[in-house]
Design a protein around this ligand. Structure first.
Ligand SMILES: [Zn+2]
Length: 95
């Protein structure tokens, strides 16, 4: 009779352990699926080609970027403030 109770306890323990393992595994799997591989060059978004902001160096999709025509070519900025900085000549990197 004592054995039966022990077996039952063991079974319950195993089930709870299994459940927590499955929970951790599912969480890890979903995190991995959501984040994807971290290394490599910047990903090309659905919105089109990625352009580098010459002021802060951030990559922005050409379709959503703030544009500025400068010396016959189009420059792409992440925000209005970056565009203003570029206009005022406060550039840190050459385009
Ligand atoms: Zn910027």
């Amino acid at each position: 009779m004592v054995r039966l109770i022990l077996y039952l306890l063991l079974a319950v323990l195993l089930i709870t352990l299994l459940r927590s393992f499955i929970g951790i595994f599912l969480r890890l799997a979903s995190q991995w699926l959501l984040s994807g591989p971290r290394s490599g060059p910047p990903r090309v978004e659905m919105g089109g080609e990625l352009k580098q902001d010459p002021v802060c160096g951030v990559y922005v999709p050409a379709s959503t970027a703030i544009k500025l025509n400068y010396g016959g070519k189009t420059l792409y900025f992440c925000s209005e403030s970056c565009r203003e900085k570029y206009r005022r000549g406060e550039r840190r990197t050459q385009a």
